[in-house]
Design a protein around this ligand. Structure first.
Ligand code: PLP
Length: 444
């Protein structure tokens, strides 16, 4: 490394685009030099329990031996990139592994590099496959920040500076009973979901419903960035029914929820539906940048060559990592393991719920959200999130941030974490939240 007396953090401050959130967790984030399992280490040897997993990527933890071996083996061949214009064994291997864990009706795979790009692929495929234009997306939905993905994303703050975006997106309510889109707090999850579905169906069926040329419904089975919003059982099934009734494609965004994260291979399996297109990234490789859309023959088997393409598609090192990761999830029983991790996290809920700034604790598998509120009236408390995360860094616990209102602490540990590590993390978290409740904003 070039000698520079400023040190790395100052180089980020001076030269990195301010669009990156390098200082989002803490003004003095650790410079990490090693990782193993659920732990990351800084240069001084301090360890951090990783409950952020690089925004939900490292589901198998850091340095997983099977992924390491697969990456190493591919590096040793000297082929690190050849492009998708040539076939490669690792890409074929990944396709086989992927198809084996997805419904048999999904037979075609389009690789991509990031979740956002895969969303673009799915939107293009839905339009091409149906010859129609409109995408029905959801309030609270997050699909990434490239222009097309940003169009189906719902958050005004990150969209507004870049308008106009892709036209033809209609956002409809998502069942978040605690802050119901219908403004009536106190609904059950089932009532809230029923209202959302009724709204959607009437938008599709009413000649004045505002939907003109619908191609697809694009949905996250659980909104992760939205704050770990888990619709009640049957919600996706009803969306499938609406898609079938009105001739739309069901596009399920499993970028965050896929590959064991929620205690199933894919969260859509909780409802037993078969989507037309599934969007995958993050936990697909658990490590290197890789994404994919998997879909039915009649959609992804009909594209003209080159209708979507990108230089790094199907990178052999990333494909080797992903194939190894899928095998490891299967062979090491990590889907069930995610449920166990969920049970350990949930054991701490009662003590968290007693803390006045905790408005809600919810989660499934290894994906949980602790909603932080102002104790007087329960309104979202986004300003408390950074002090909590920053204090987490200080006490050796890395936390994620999410939520419609940016007021949810996300708990996204790797599924290989031990029970002792989960207990330790939850003790640290409870102590931080108690301190924050008593002395707001007095973080490290
Ligand atoms: C559900 C979902 N879709 C798409 C994306 C975008 O993925 P990426 O950040 O890899 O572009 C994300 C990222 O958090 C996501 O959670």
């Amino acid at each position: 490394m070039i000698e520079d007396p400023r040190g790395p953090l100052q180089i980020f401050r001076d030269h990195e685009s301010t669009s990156l959130r390098t200082f989002g967790m803490s003004e003095t984030p650790p410079l990490l030099v090693a990782g193993e399992g659920a732990r990351l280490y800084d240069a001084a040897g301090r360890d951090y329990l990783d409950f952020a997993c690089g925004s939900g990527v490292t589901t198998l933890g850091h340095g997983h031996p099977a992924i390491r071996k697969a990456i190493q083996a591919q590096l040793d061949t000297g082929i690190w990139h050849i492009g998708a214009h040539l076939p490669h064994g690792r890409r074929a291997e990944l396709y086989q592994e992927l198809l084996a864990v997805l419904p048999a009706e999904l037979t075609r795979i389009n690789p991509a590099n990031t979740g956002a790009e895969a969303v673009e692929v799915a939107v293009k495929a839905a339009r091409f496959g149906t010859g129609r234009t409109e995408i029905i997306a959801f309030q609270g939905g997050y699909q990434g920040r490239t222009a097309g993905a940003l169009s189906v994303t719902s958050y005004a703050r990150i969209k507004r500076p870049f308008l106009p975006l892709m036209p033809g997106v209609i956002h409809v309510p998502y069942p978040y009973p605690r802050r119901s889109p219908f403004g009536r707090y106190g609904q059950t999850a089932e009532e809230c979901a029923a209202l959302c579905l009724e709204f959607l169906e009437q938008a599709l069926s009413n000649p004045a419903g505002g939907v003109t040329d619908p191609a697809a419904i694009l949905v996250e089975p659980i909104q992760a960035v939205g704050g770990v919003i888990i619709p009640p059982p049957g919600f996706l099934r009803e969306l499938r029914r609406l898609c079938d009734r009105y001739g739309l494609l069901l596009v399920v965004d499993e970028v965050f929820t896929g590959f064991a994260r929620t205690g199933r291979w894919f969260a859509f399996q909780y409802d037993g539906v078969i989507p037309d297109l599934v969007i995958l990234a993050k936990g697909l490789s658990g490590s290197l940048p890789l994404a994919a859309v998997v879909g039915r023959e009649e959609i992804l088997g009909r594209w003209d060559p080159g209708l979507h393409s990108s230089t790094f598609h199907g990178n052999p090192v990333a494909c080797a990592a992903a194939a190894a990761s899928i095998r490891a999830i299967r062979e090491e029983g990590l889907v069930e393991r995610a449920n166990e991790v969920g049970r350990w996290i949930t054991e701490a809920y009662p003590q968290l719920r007693d803390i006045p700034i905790v408005g809600d604790c919810r989660g499934i598998g290894a994906l949980h959200g602790i909603e932080i509120v102002e104790p007087e009236d329960g309104r979202p408390a986004p300003a408390r999130i950074k002090p909590i995360r920053s204090e987490g860094v200080h006490r050796g616990l890395l936390l994620w941030e999410c939520g419609w209102y940016g007021n949810v602490i996300g708990l996204v540990p790797p599924v290989v974490i031990s029970r002792t590590e989960v207990s330790r993390a939850m003790e640290i978290l409870a102590a931080i939240l108690r301190d924050e409740a008593q002395h707001p904003g007095e973080s490290a």
